[in-house]
Design a protein around this ligand. Sequence first.
Ligand code: GTP
Ligand code: MG
Length: 322
Amino acid sequence: MKKIKTIEDLGLDYEIVEKLKSNGYNTLESIATARVEDLKEILGIPEQIVREIIYLAMKNVDVHIITGLEALEKRKSIKRITTGSKSLDELLGGGIQTKTITEFAGEFGSGKTQICHQLSVNVQLPEDKGGLNKSAIYIDTENTFRPERIMQMAKALNLDDKKVLENIIVARVFSVDQQIFLVENKLEELIQQKDAGLIVVDSLTSLFRAEYIGRGMLAARQQKLNKHIHDLSRIADMYDIAVVVTNQVMARPDTFFGEPTIPIGGHIVGHGCNYRVFLRKAKGGKRIARIIDAPDLEEREATFVIVSDGIRDEDVIKKRRK
Ligand code: GTP
Ligand code: MG
């Protein structure tokens, strides 16, 4: 029997294959990990058949079975990018990790975009300086990428500012569809062409939030967001690349106690991202980062500052005052 490797090999009707593809289900893996409800809605066919299609895809996807020892080896192969602040790096267990999605969530002005800029510079540093000696791909949904700011940060590290800019590929996207299309169809090629070590999505959720308004749209929005994060996660793992996404928070309408704000996209984003870091503004221009729900890191806080050189530890301010 011919080995099933692509969607076409599954022996489905042409129409069904087309519908799957036009909705971003381009690989066996994407079908094997799809939700029954999503495919049922897209294909408009009975649930039983949807289950059979998913099962068939599952049977033909190489399952990732590894031993504990191999898992340990894989963990060891994870590389890290420094944030520019030792304290923030420590909070993250040594910096931003490859093969991983790290989410920075926080209110406006809390420093999410500044961290994305700094990481796009730092990924280009040699490995012994906390980088990967690779380039960055910056998906900008809010038009807040600033080349001037990159140059400032690059100069502070004695790097050639023009070269640093050349090694950041900026994709400005204007709609959810464009954002999804880019990740599904263009990103992998770009990663290989440009030898990227970092993907930034700033912001992951702003377009979703703007386009899917109201309760009635919530389910559709969450489904799309779920798949989008899943795609990013697969790419992070496959290309040994760090993925950093930002997320705004909104006031919680339903509680008087506990966290006053929650990140957009709720648990879909929370579960899809491996590390969720909350940022908040504190006195004297300081920023406080808190990591929550990390599988291997304790829940604690770190303080950092944003200065003209970029992201730094708070002692740079104290030193200057002396
Ligand atoms: P939203 O995208 O609006 O949700 O906010 P954000 O979390 O992305 O905030 P962002 O990273 O844009 O932080 C903006 C803040 O960074 C400003 O309010 C300044 O405090 C600081 N900042 C930005 N650029 C500079 C700079 O060149 N020098 C200094 N000292 N601070 C800067
Ligand atoms: Mg921002």
